[in-house]
Design a protein around this ligand. Structure first.
Ligand code: ARG
Ligand code: ZN
Length: 875
């Protein structure tokens, strides 16, 4: 079935109140739903009430206390249609269903994970619990009573505030929760189990004391302390940055080990993948810490952007997701180094969203149609959605942006809103018209800007000519020109910023050029010397830039741009150009040529003690194999890409071996481990140096020594990576792997690093490694984290191993996807997107990949999730 944005219609009935009673049993849980149903004004009594279901078993049905006759309704596992309705416009409907949480392997609805009952209802999981108007524009006030075994489930949680708890005999007890805030069904949550917890409290600006708790597996309580700290910082930050306060007496977080996504923002009861809660120095890397901080913040921020104001329908998903990602980005930027955070965001966007935009799965930030909504929780909706919000701030400036946000909250609190509502708030706050800008929500694809420059020494003018273009994407052939905000600077030969006397031809506000037409030229006057332009500072728009800037100017920018993002962009452009030239030479049977200038430049930046170590680490880390492939765009031979990259690594490593070794020693950890950004930056730089030094030295000794000397997971995992990726067959690699397994073999979440580390070992041998690891006792295709750590990492982060020229890895992947699809379609569909760029491979691999996709397309009993992805991928 195809769902279309333009088909939206409000429901005939509303459900202002929902009372749920859960009698929890592992295999037979009874759910009694008592709904206050309201017929909307003007709706005829002959209109049936049609409720959504999914694999439900109806036990009984009554209206206003009287059981419904068999002729009064029609029930199937996925639909309940009631025709025998009372005349009153308001009545009570009682539905009893029976469900089996243990058998629920899709991890949608109510399921059991390691003995803990938990729920995931977004997007359409609530209908797997009871029949309901399971759509985001039906808001209801929930009261939930949970009855369960005292021994199996001492902890009983749901949304809102706790009302009552009590005893029900030898091994049963109950708890009642009430959430006063009307919410859509996708925000419902229940957790019941035997869990450990840590607690704390936060007092809001206006004096509400909120009890905070994080629930984890027994024995892991200490590993939740960092998440708690991040939560309190998030609560404070949302008050300071957006004036948003928390609105219940309690806020609970639960970590579970089987979870399809990162986490879920259920009102007052966030449920998390344990990966985004648990951390300590022993088991978590710096990037794990950063991920926890970001996801804790993200889910908390949803309380206002998502929960208080929710989405009218799922086409508006970016209304809550893009905006909330933007908010969590800003939070992390304020907690850490803004420039380093921004570069990390740009890298993520380019790595995940750009390929989506250029491939067969391209869709607008607000899609117009879908077959399976679960397949639209994408980098486009989330990350590009965030970039669009960032552009609104760039265009309006921070004050008007905040004014627009305030207006949005004021107007739509308690409502299910649309993108139009969101844009209107900014238009009204700023007195601006944003209809052209709104195309960012409608047109898929990454715009390309071609830019050329002209300095007129006699007239003292500097002109920049822009041409924007946007390629066709599925379902959209012709595109309109967009409003692209381009942050810029003009840099004089002395490295200082030049302030032009005037700008003609295009709108320029402060340091932003507003590109609106297909072709436009801006002419700056009063420019005494030929400047070097820095465009797209801060990565002010999600576009690609093809500029005519000469190499010397890029080198100049890499050295002197006052914007660190600009410096990094210039360096990356230079490195990418060099790497692509190397790929071409390798494919022609020649060795890559490596110029001394670029090698020197990298060494210079790394040695610059005035720069943040984290920034230097980013500069030292060459574009990855998939970055190079993406920039090449077509006819990719991953082996040649790796050869080119390795050659540049080696040249840099050999040229700077001495200073790199000294810096490596100087950066050694002193004192106790701290996950703060500055310490993490030093570790990042040191671990990047470790890779280069190991290459220069040509042996695994240094990495082995670091592995065994490390007192934290960041350094340990980095050393293990170098050993496995650079010295795969060596005894040192085997010894470190064995030591890791001996130490962390009892902890699957930590062992995920061990699985991914091996799955990403370059070269054809990785496939056998992955097959072996699938038989490991800790591995299970049923657990999403395990599957992603091994299969996901292999397919997305091992270019040479996955894209074997003989196509064997694709065949293995296909079979594995089909196996996963039988249990967990959402996970299978997500993993399958690893093949979305198959058309850009060289012909032999391309044909193997196509054949593998065809195998999936022709398999029987495909889920709608996988069917949708495979059909769109094949096009
Ligand atoms: N709203 C969640 C978040 O971004 C993601 C939930 C996605 N769930 C799903 N079944 N697709 O925080
Ligand atoms: Zn979200």
């Amino acid at each position: 079935q195809l769902f279309r944005l333009e088909d939206y219609r409000p429901t005939d009935y509303l459900i202002p109140e929902t009372e749920l009673v859960f009698d929890l049993h592992p295999e037979r849980t009874i759910v009694r739903a008592t709904l206050v149903v309201q017929r909307r004004e003007g709706v005829d009594i002959s209109q049936p009430l049609i409720l959504d279901g999914d694999e439900l078993k109806l036990v009984s049905l009554s209206i206003n206390g009287a059981p419904l006759g068999e002729n009064g309704y029609q029930a199937t596992p996925d639909r309940l249609e009631i025709t025998d309705l009372p005349e009153e416009n308001r009545f009570t409907l009682e539905i009893v269903t029976e469900i089996n949480p243990t058998a629920n392997r899709q991890l949608m609805g109510l399921y059991r994970s390691s003995g803990v009952y938990c729920t995931q209802c977004e997007a359409e999981g609530f209908r797997r619990i009871t029949y309901f108007l399971d759509r985001p524009d039906v808001l209801s006030v929930y009261t939930v009573r949970i009855e369960a075994s005292k021994q199996q489930a001492p902890v009983l949680l749901s949304n809102g505030n706790p009302v009552e708890t009590g005893d029900l005999g030898p091994d049963r007890h109950f708890a009642v929760w009430h959430d006063p805030h009307p919410k859509p069904s996708y925000l419902f949550a229940l957790v019941a189990g035997s869990l450990g917890s840590i607690s704390d409290s936060f007092t809001t600006r206006s004096g509400r004391k909120v009890d905070l708790a994080i629930y984890v597996e027994h024995g892991k309580e200490a590993r939740a302390l960092y998440a708690m700290d991040a939560l309190k910082r998030s609560m404070k930050w949302d008050e300071d940055a957006f004036g948003r306060e928390y609105d219940l007496d309690v806020f609970n977080i639960v970590a579970v080990s089987d979870f399809n996504m990162g986490a879920m923002e259920n009102k007052g009861l966030n449920v998390f993948n344990d990966k985004y809660v648990l951390a300590d120095a022993e088991t978590a890397t710096d990037s794990d810490y950063a991920g926890i901080e970001a996801v804790i913040a993200h889910e908390y921020f949803h309380n206002w952007t998502g929960n208080r104001i929710t989405c009218r329908d799922w086409f508006q998903l970016c209304l809550k997701e893009g905006l909330t990602v933007f908010r969590d980005h800003e939070f992390s930027a304020d907690q850490r180094s803004r420039a380093v955070k921004r570069i990390a965001e740009v890298k993520t966007l380019k790595a995940h969203q750009f390929p989506e935009d250029t491939g067969p799965l391209a869709h607008p930030v607000r899609p117009r149609q879908y077959r399976e909504i679960n397949n639209f929780y994408t980098a486009t909706v989330y990350e590009k959605g965030s970039e669009v919000v960032r552009m609104i701030r760039t265009i309006l400036g921070p004050e008007l942006f905040r004014k627009g946000m305030d207006l949005y909250f004021e107007r739509h609190d308690g409502e299910a809103a649309t993108i139009e509502d969101f844009i209107k708030a900014f238009e009204d706050a700023a007195g601006l018209e944003l209809s052209q800008f709104a195309l960012w929500y409608e047109q898929a694809g990454t715009p390309n800007l071609s830019v050329s420059f002209d300095y007129d020494a006699a007239e003292k003018t500097f002109a920049i000519e822009f041409e924007q273009s946007l390629k066709a994407t599925p379902g959209q052939n012709r595109k309109k020109p967009m409003h692209v905000p381009i942050e810029f600077g003009l840099i004089g030969p002395d490295g200082r910023e030049i302030v032009p006397v005037s700008a003609d031809g295009m709108e320029v506000t402060g340091n932003v050029i507003h590109l609106r037409q297909r072709n436009e030229t801006v002419r700056f006057t009063g420019i005494e010397e030929r400047p070097v332009p820095s465009l797209l500072r801060g990565f002010s728009a999600p576009v690609t830039l093809a500029s005519e800037l000469p190499r010397e100017d890029l080198i100049f920018l890499a050295r002197h741009d006052g914007d660190p993002v600009g410096r990094w962009q210039a360096l990356t452009k230079l490195l990418t150009g060099k790497l692509i030239a190397g790929v071409k030479r390798v494919r022609g049977g020649k060795a890559p040529l490596i110029g001394v200038d670029i090698v020197g430049l990298v060494g210079e930046i790394v040695a610059d003690e005035t720069l943040d170590p984290a920034f230097r680490a980013l500069c030292l880390t060459l574009p990855g194999e998939s970055d190079i492939a993406r920039e090449m765009g077509s006819n990719i031979d991953p082996d040649a890409v790796l050869a080119s990259r390795d050659a540049l690594v080696k040249a840099i490593a050999v040229a700077h071996a001495k200073p790199f070794a000294m810096l490596y020693d100087a950066l050694v950890n002193r004192g106790v481990f701290s996950p703060d950004a500055a310490s993490a930056g030093r570790r990042a730089l040191r671990n990047s140096l470790l890779d280069y030094l190991s290459v220069a030295e040509g042996n695994p000794s240094r990495a082995a020594a670091q592995y065994h000397a490390s007192d934290n997971m960041t350094d340990r995992a980095a050393a293990l990576g170098v050993l496995v990726h650079r010295f795969g067959g060596s005894e040192s690699a085997a010894a470190a792997l064995a030591a890791f397994e001996a130490r962390f073999g009892g902890d699957p979440l930590v062992m995920d690093k061990w699985f991914s580390g091996q799955a990403t070992r370059p070269g054809a041998a990785a496939l056998d490694t992955v097959k072996d690891l699938m038989r490991h006792k800790l591995f299970s295709l049923d657990n999403p984290n395990r599957a992603r750590a091994l299969i996901g990492a292999f397919a997305t982060a091992n270019q040479t191993g996955f894209n074997r020229a003989d196509g064997e890895a694709y065949r293995f992947f296909t079979e594995t996807i089909l196996k996963i699809d039988r249990e967990n379609p959402q996970l299978a569909a997500r993993l399958l997107t690893a093949l979305r760029s198959w058309r850009s491979l060289e012909p032999v691999r391309r044909e193997h990949a196509r054949a593998a996709l065809a195998l999936i397309a022709n398999a029987d009993k495909l889920s709608t999730d996988v069917k949708d992805i495979v059909e769109r991928t094949l096009g």
